[in-house]
Design a protein around this ligand. Structure first.
Ligand SMILES: [Zn+2]
Length: 453
């Protein structure tokens, strides 16, 4: 893309963000917040006008416009953060759509949001199907705190309750509000992993560094996702696609933001771990787990995981019989006292939680899927608008095609991975049972939605 073209696009994006801030002045915000916004607005408007007047639509102008866009985007993010704390992510998404006079796919009106629990108890967080999408971001932050505290991270890592609260809020802040990849999704993956920890022997075999790193990584694994996938970032030659050489673009960005948060002077968490080896282990685990959520690695990861699970079963059987164990088998099996093996397990199970909606009760699963379909469909609209090749499989067609697509994904992508997890950890079998029940239900829903010829 020519620098002139990029400059023009940045200017359009800045203009739309200025319009957003203008509208935000009418939102239900405090006087202080509005005052701060007015100052920002004056500053941004004058910079925007100066850029327009100077007509520096060359490479230099492009760079300046990119910086301005980045700054104004942070301000929008802050406004949305203020709003979303007291709202669910679905409400925020609908509010923003209505303001832009944009519609959503009809499926989202057909499928109701899951019910909140009539009474919440901490033990509900051990449930694979906890209906987190129906809770406000403030509530999800509180639940996150409860989970971290239950795992004793405060005493283990010498951090104060206040610091923990700041880390969670910073993570929540870094999430945007696309339909699916928002803080609720990050929380969903985090809480599903926690449920696995509580229901299986993971709680016993993982040490506190591993648990804390994996919990943090899962909570923050999609920060700053804008609702477009890696291929889209690549096609558009975004800053991140250039920065990460078109490889695991989004995942690299999510991981780098999390490391930046942990190094923030207000938090200074990483430097607070005095043992250098432990600090490195923590950071490496966080990064490895987030990078493993890249869907393009799924097949390779699953193949190796399946081989190792098979070897583990064989290893356990031979060990139980008292016979001697072959060195190669011992090498290939997962042994829970080897950190490298636990790291591989964590990469697989957090990736499994990331695609784990089909393992939840039907109403929660299908609502998440409808939200994801909305996000996919929106990307195809943007692709068409920008003259890019439209990703056909992401385009929403009708309920029958939707249920058919869900069956394919649940059966061929999600099931094989969760099946292996349930072989390794018996406590995960409930998730596989949910998935099997969902497959039946999907067939029924598809039949209902298919018009008779
Ligand atoms: Zn995710």
């Amino acid at each position: 893309m020519q620098s002139n073209e990029k400059f023009q696009r940045n200017m359009q994006k800045i203009q739309s963000k200025i319009e957003f801030i203008n509208k935000a002045l009418n939102y239900d915000l405090s006087q202080d917040q509005k005052e701060w916004l007015r100052t920002q607005l004056t500053l941004f408007t004058s910079l925007f006008e100066a850029l327009q007047d100077s007509a520096t639509n060359d490479e230099y102008g492009q760079g300046v416009s990119e910086d301005l866009y980045e700054n104004i985007r942070r301000v929008k993010k802050k406004v949305i953060f203020w709003l979303k704390m007291d709202s669910t992510d679905v409400d925020i998404f609908k509010k923003l759509k209505k303001e832009k006079n944009e519609t959503w796919i009809p499926l989202l009106d057909l499928i109701p949001a899951p019910e909140r629990l009539t009474e919440f108890r901490n033990a509900d967080l051990w449930d694979f199907s906890f209906p987190c999408i129906s809770y406000t971001n403030q509530e999800l932050c509180q639940f996150s705190e409860t989970i971290f505290k239950e795992q004793n991270v405060l005493s283990e890592f010498q951090i104060s309750s206040d610091t923990l609260n700041k880390i969670i809020k910073m993570i929540c802040f870094e999430y945007n509000s696309p339909t699916y990849h928002n803080f609720s999704h990050g929380f969903n993956v985090f809480q599903m992993f926690y449920a696995l920890v509580k229901k299986t022997e993971l709680e016993k075999v993982l040490d506190k560094t591993e648990i804390f790193a994996a919990l943090l990584a899962s909570l923050g694994h999609d920060m700053n996702h804008k609702g477009y996938n890696n291929a889209y970032e690549s096609k558009l030659k975004t800053q991140n696609s250039v920065l990460y050489f078109d490889s695991a673009i989004l995942e690299s960005m999510h991981a780098s933001i999390l490391i930046r948060i942990l190094k923030d002077p207000e938090i200074n968490f990483l430097e607070g771990i005095p043992d250098l080896a432990k600090r490195n282990q923590f950071r490496d685990l966080v990064v490895a787990v987030i990078l493993a959520t890249d869907m393009s690695k799924h097949n390779k990861l699953l193949k190796k995981f399946t081989d190792s699970v098979k070897a583990t079963v064989e290893y356990r059987n031979i060990k139980a019989s008292g016979e001697s164990i072959d060195k190669r088998l011992e090498e290939q099996a997962f042994l829970m006292d080897r950190p490298h093996d636990k790291r591989r397990i964590l990469k697989n199970i957090i990736h499994a939680c990331d695609i784990g909606n089909p393992c939840q009760k039907f109403d929660r699963y299908i609502y998440w899927s409808a939200l994801l379909n909305q996000e996919f469909d929106y990307q195809t609209k943007k692709e068409a608008k920008r003259g890019l090749e439209v990703t056909v499989f992401m385009k929403y067609k009708d309920p029958a095609a939707f249920y058919g697509g869900q069956t394919f994904f649940s059966k061929n992508v999600v099931f094989p991975l969760w099946e292996q997890i349930s072989i390794l950890f018996e406590g995960a079998s409930e998730a596989v049972e949910n998935l099997q029940a969902n497959l039946k239900r999907l067939e029924e829903e598809k039949a209902k939605a298919t018009p008779a010829n």
